[in-house]
Design a protein around this ligand. Structure first.
Ligand code: PLP
Length: 469
């Protein structure tokens, strides 16, 4: 009989993270400082601990996971790999579908995989408070949990739209001991500026990042330095997430199988990276038994890779961060209020942009109604209510599995089930009441933002051509 759940022992928790940087098809272009138009990292050294900066720029392929971090990982890791037998039946597909389920972590998603080491390294360097932003609330909950594990205070700026839609996320952060503030807020200059322009602003991740970064920078003056922590995009975050892919490799070996295709949703790209990077390493080191293909799935409401420009842009709305080489919709991107899922960040991990440019991965855009349709099939067959973010990947997987049924192909498909959707029931309710719409972000809006970006930095095209090509 085929096992439904493939489980590892605590001793199987990886002892090292995998860093893709030395194996990329070409190096990641440098960050650029807005003031000079020259390579530089701007405020980065002021807001992160040294250990994290070291990891961010590391060329090492394998980086040790501290024992203290592995001890906290033991609360939920190794996470199970499920064979989606009932989904396969529901789709009448010969494909074998597997999912790596990260919803078993205390905050309910993969985000804890990076929150724990980030809190740990801050604690080790004597920091007593950390700040961050959160969109849908998963990263804020994870950071709150991790900060609590290492005795740190945490301040989380939560995008106003989600703060209002998901009050229990705030309660969860409070339960872990953190403060959760609706963004834009009056606590920061960036927040005040936005509220002065639009007192009813629903916020965005870009705005919330500006607030969390400003809080960290300003804390210097108080004598009690708070560091900023980031939930996605940066290399070190994607690297921390590789515990999922490394475990999945061991789990596939247990059932003598190997994925032909790997799918994951992309917000900033960390969970998908964490799952596929180790398999990419198999490929480049010629250990892979198959020519595995990788598929990143994004919402049509925030199509940064499929519709965005691969150029330089700020990571935040207030332009505090240096310019990052990535696909972007523009740092002034405002998510559509009707959009229910997360994945609403204007940019993407520079590693994903490099891989996409080099055609090492494909990107698919999915609308939210189709994503929730797929989530419904998944819930009713597999019995787990997926986070709306992960539902985007499920939609792409269902399409592929149906295609396999048509062509009678027995592909092995793996996807990241990044979290459960227990705090997203308002979105599910809207879906069941027929109020969700298949929103598509207009190409003209992207062009408009890019025009503004070029007006702001007349050297942008030149710098993009020089470093990105
Ligand atoms: C459940 C879940 N999955 C996926 C994502 C997307 O983030 P990333 O692309 O960094 O994994 C988020 C972001 O908040 C999330 O909460």
């Amino acid at each position: 009989m085929t096992d439904k759940k493939i489980v590892l022992k605590e001793s199987d928790i990886p002892k090292q993270w995998y860093n893709i940087v030395p194996d990329l098809p070409h190096p990641i272009p440098p960050f650029i400082e807005a003031e000079t138009g020259q390579p530089g990292v701007g405020i980065v050294p002021k807001i992160f601990p040294k250990a994290i900066i070291g990891q961010e720029i590391s060329q090492e392929r394998w980086i040790d996971i501290p024992d203290e971090v592995r001890d906290v990982y033991k609360i939920w890791r190794p996470s199970p790999l499920f064979r989606a037998l009932n989904l396969e039946k529901a789709l009448k597909t010969p494909a074998k579908i597997y999912y790596k389920y990260e919803g078993v972590s205390p905050p309910g998603s993969h985000k804890a995989n990076s929150a724990v080491p980030q809190a740990y390294y801050n604690m080790k360097e004597g920091i007593t408070r950390v700040t961050t932003e959160t969109g849908a609330g998963q990263w804020g909950s994870a950071l709150s949990f991790a900060a609590g594990m290492f005795g740190l205070e945490a301040t989380v700026y939560m995008v106003r739209a989600s703060f209002d839609q998901k009050p229990y996320r705030k309660a969860m952060m409070n339960a872990f001991g953190a403060e959760c503030v609706a963004s834009p807020s009056n606590k920061t200059e960036a927040g005040k500026r936005i509220l002065a322009e639009d007192p009813d602003s629903k916020g965005s991740l870009g705005i919330a990042i500006s607030e969390a970064v400003e809080d960290s920078l300003e804390s210097e003056k108080t004598g009690k330095k708070a560091n900023y922590t980031i939930g996605s995009v940066f290399n070190h975050v994607c690297m921390h997430q590789t515990v999922a892919g490394l475990e999945a490799q061991k789990q596939f070996a247990m059932v003598d199988d190997y994925p032909d295709e790997i799918y994951g949703c992309i917000g900033g790209g960390s969970s998908f990276s964490g799952l596929f990077w180790p398999f990419y390493y198999d490929k480049v080191s010629k250990k892979a038994p198959k020519e595995t293909n990788f598929f990143a799935v994004e919402p049509t409401a925030c199509p940064k890779v499929t519709r965005g420009y691969y150029t330089y842009d700020h990571g935040d709305t207030a332009k505090l961060t240096p310019l990052v080489p990535m696909h972007t919709l523009g740092h002034d991107f405002m998510p559509a209020p009707i959009h229910a899922g997360g994945l609403r960040y204007h940019g993407i991990a520079p590693t994903i942009s490099v891989m996409s440019q080099e055609k090492q991965l494909s990107t698919i855009a999915v609308n939210q109604v189709d994503a929730f349709d797929a989530a419904k099939i998944f819930t009713r067959s597999e019995g787990i209510i997926p986070a709306p973010e992960a539902a985007h990947a499920i939609k792409a997987v269902c399409d592929e599995a149906r295609q396999c049924a048509k062509t009678n192909t027995q592909k092995t498909i793996l996807f990241a089930l990044t979290g459960h959707g227990f705090f997203d029931m308002t979105a599910y309710e809207e879906y069941f009441n027929g109020r969700l719409q298949p929103y598509e972000y207009p190409a003209e809006k992207v062009a408009e933002s890019m025009k503004k970006l070029r007006a702001l930095y007349p050297w942008l095209n030149e710098v993009t051509t020089k470093y990105i090509g």
